[in-house]
Write a protein that binds this ligand. Structure first.
Ligand code: PLZ
Length: 447
């Protein structure tokens, strides 16, 4: 094993030593079932012992290729050396003061970095939280406070979280909403641009959505339009070109706060710092989480200074928001993104994956669409020759990949999207190997 084949001392290889799950995972799974709420889901019943680079290693010694990054979180790699060092240094000095009680510098460092890196050169302010859902909730709070309006526009297939407000903003019932109502009021879902299914230009799709907002809500009652520039859980739907700019223009003309939910797309995931950049749009506010801190829980709202500062002192916060250990991890992660040019790495992942997936689509006949940007790539699985979803085939392919040591995730309102979110530091030989396994899985599933 050569040095470059080791990351965090872990060989960068796919290697199965037992069936998946192995005996140790099966034992732990028994304990899990009797100790952990059955309401908490899981993709795969294995337990991880170590991770780094492009692999996760389970308690049975199986080394799996990680094509999920813990749902787009370990962008800089799992337990990245610089992140681990920054966290260790911070955890030994102090772990917590509560920024609302006594302050510390790295909270300000993260806000400055966010204000600098997010789209637009206007004056900005940021506030830090713990989770993506909490960031989205706070963006809505701020937009309502600033506009003195209540209505919030979201989009079909959108995902914004599992808290009461963000659950209302999320489009899909099972598993997110079933039995958990009543839901927060004043949330209105509008049609998205969904090129594979609607065939509309971005301009036409936007015209349709805007006309519905005007007729059903009245533009003057809308506090915020909240949208993922590329949908995550909804199935990596990339709106047709021109859709997002038309919505931004409409929001600007009507005093509506345009919020880009970049919790999944942010921090180099799509080959740009933020996915808004692909359409040249400048949101009034942007929510971030996931990739920001290399696996530590941290989230943020960044927005125009006049909007963010409109809230009275004490109106925003939380005990742990912007915890110093998470902030240390964020500064180290952002450093890796800049020094290792992770945007270029994400683009390279797209350049390797898309042609291979298109070839698989041609050969197997069950892939209706290959889409996404950077290291956020998906295939939509449909009954041959139609755009009818095939969630059974999707599950079958995912399972075959898992049993061969490639950790893939599914997504989509109809559960028929296989999505890929590799860490951006994924070694190319592993990406190639994962694609070979994915190709084989499609062959076997459709044989
Ligand atoms: N906004 C765009 O993708 C989280 C959810 C997984 P939290 N997506 C993964 C699950 O099943 O719970 C997400 C997102 C977008 C908001 C969120 C919410 O972020 O950190 O999970 O609260």
């Amino acid at each position: 094993m050569t040095a470059e084949n080791l990351i965090n001392g872990i060989p960068q290889e796919r290697r199965l030593t037992t069936a998946i799950p192995g005996p140790k995972s099966l034992d732990m799974q028994k304990r899990r079932v009797s100790a952990v709420s059955g309401g908490v889901g899981m993709t795969l019943p294995i337990f991880i012992e170590r991770a780094g680079g492009g692999v996760v290693v389970d308690v049975d010694g199986n080394s799996m290729i990680d094509m999920g990054s813990g749902i787009a979180v370990t962008t800089v790699g799992n337990a990245a050396t610089e992140v681990a060092a920054a966290v260790t240094e911070q955890v030994e000095r102090f772990t917590h003061t509560c920024f609302m009680v006594t302050q510390y510098e790295n909270y300000v460092d993260v806000c400055e970095a966010l204000n600098r890196l997010t789209p637009g050169d206007h004056e900005k302010r940021s506030a830090l939280f713990n989770t993506g859902a909490e960031a989205v909730e706070n963006a809505v709070k701020i937009a309502r406070h600033y506009t003195k309006r209540q209505a919030v526009v979201v989009f079909e297939h959108g995902y914004h979280g599992r808290t009461n407000l963000t659950m209302a903003m999320t489009g899909k019932n099972q598993p997110y909403k079933q039995g958990f109502g009543p839901f927060a009021p004043e949330i209105y879902r509008m049609p998205l641009s969904n090129p594979f299914h609607d065939g509309l230009s971005g301009a036409d799709a936007a015209k349709h959505a805007i006309s519905r907002i005007e007729k059903e809500l009245g533009a003057g009652n809308v506090a915020a339009i909240v949208i993922e520039p590329i949908q995550g859980e909804g199935g990596f739907i990339v709106p047709a070109q021109g859709f997002l700019p038309a919505l931004v223009k409409f929001a600007n003309n009507n005093g509506i706060v345009f919020v880009a939910d970049e919790v999944q797309t942010g921090f180099c995931r799509t080959g740009a710092w933020f996915a808004c950049e692909h359409e040249g749009i400048v949101p009034d506010m942007i929510t971030t989480a996931k990739g920001i801190a290399g696996g530590l829980p941290l989230a943020a709202v960044t927005g125009r200074a006049e909007i963010m500062d409109a809230v009275h002192a004490g109106g925003l916060g939380g005990t742990y928001g912007g915890n110093p250990i998470a902030c240390a991890a964020a500064m180290a992660s952002i450093g890796i993104m800049e020094q290792q040019d992770l945007n270029a790495k994400a683009k390279n992942i797209e350049n390797v994956m898309v042609p291979r997936l298109k070839k698989i689509a041609e050969d197997c006949g069950v892939i209706g669409d290959v889409r996404g940007r950077g290291a956020m790539i998906a295939v939509e699985i449909t009954k041959p020759g139609t755009d009818e979803p095939d969630p059974d085939m999707t599950g079958k392919v995912a399972k075959l990949c898992h049993s061969e040591g490639v950790l893939v995730l599914t997504a989509g309102t109809y559960g028929n999207v296989l999505r890929f979110l590799p860490p951006l530091v994924m070694p190319e030989h592993l990406l190639d190997d994962a694609l070979t396994i994915i190709e084989r899985a499609f062959k076997e599933a459709t044989a």
